[in-house]
Design a protein around this ligand. Structure first.
Ligand SMILES: [Fe+2]
Length: 309
């Protein structure tokens, strides 16, 4: 335990001790009540029985495991020439211990992808608390199916615990807790920055992650939620990758998503977006949380190709 404590950055550990979601006291839990939709979350346990009674459950469960590749091209003339065609596999919101039926189709799909680097966008656990053993067992199953030449990088989401960091790194996943790494090709570099959870624990620190990076560098920012953008003014981010919303997971016709857990709505819930000078992408995620169903949204792995023009 001491070895893990020494490894984990204190800001994450301390926030989890203060804002632990398993605390029963209302004012501590109320740290999460930033929107009215959060109040709707108390009805989540009723969703499965209602769907089963209505006969819609099986269709939603099938949708949840029908994970697909979403191809995406990001064009930026500032991209170093050696990285033209560089491919990033972005996999967010796995909630990997919550849906056993997802593992087989996910591994089969991963086997069809050859990427240069794999980026994990956080939310690996189904609940926000509880045992981590099944999460790690699942990762042990899926990591051999991830084919990425430069390796796997990850961040923590609001469902994750600092206790995951060391076991994930033992599996070869480099966890970025307000840190950055560079990838080098023929003397040129791009930088991947990873911040801690900006949604629930609010321990993201872009400036700390950016500290060692040269001014003109090409930067890809990995953040669990677009909430990080609220703190930005003129940060030199080349492209930003987020998850967290699940694209609403359940979208009603005409009305759209009911719960997104996000301050940023509209285009920021799913797909490509532009915030001031920063362009980015919010993934609908590979897994599901709360209820293992999807309606009018899809489970995805985003495969991003970087191009100079
Ligand atoms: Fe999630």
């Amino acid at each position: 335990m001491q070895r893990i404590l020494a490894h984990v950055k204190p800001e994450r550990r301390d926030k989890e001790l203060i804002y632990n979601p398993t605390y029963p006291i209302f004012w501590q839990r109320s740290m999460h009540f930033e929107t009215i939709e959060q109040a709707l979350s108390i009805f989540i346990p009723w969703v499965t029985p209602v769907l089963k009674l209505s006969g819609l459950y099986q269709r939603g469960a099938r949708n949840a495991i029908d994970v697909q590749i979403t191809p995406l091209t990001v064009v930026d003339p500032q991209l170093p020439a050696g990285f033209d065609g560089f491919r990033l596999l972005f996999m967010s919101d796995l909630h990997i211990d919550g849906n056993d039926a997802l593992i087989e189709p996910l591994c089969a799909l991963l086997d069809t992808v050859d990427a240069d680097v794999c980026l994990l966008g956080g939310d690996y656990r189904f609940r926000m608390h509880g045992n981590l053993r099944k999460v790690m067992d699942r990762f042990r199953e899926i990591v051999p199916h991830i084919h990425a030449k430069e390796g796997i990088l990850g961040i923590l989401g609001n469902h994750d615990s600092w206790e995951m960091i060391k076991p994930m790194e033992r599996l070869g996943i480099v966890m970025l807790i307000n840190e950055s790494v560079d990838i080098e090709r023929n003397g040129e570099r791009i930088w991947i920055l990873g911040v801690d959870d900006p949604h629930f624990y609010k321990c993201d620190d872009y400036h700390k992650a950016n500290r060692a990076i040269p001014e003109q560098a090409f930067r890809i920012l990995l953040a669990h939620s677009t909430n990080i953008l609220a703190k930005f003014s003129d940060e030199p981010v080349s492209f930003c990758l987020c998850g967290h919303t699940h694209a609403g997971q359940i979208q009603l016709p005409i009305f759209g998503p009911i719960i997104t857990h996000s301050h940023f709505k509209g285009e920021f819930i799913y797909g490509r977006w532009q915030y001031r000078h920063i362009s980015g992408y919010t993934s609908s995620g590979a897994g599901t949380s709360g209820v293992n169903v999807r309606y009018n949204t899809r489970s995805e792995l985003a495969l991003i190709t970087l191009r100079r023009q």
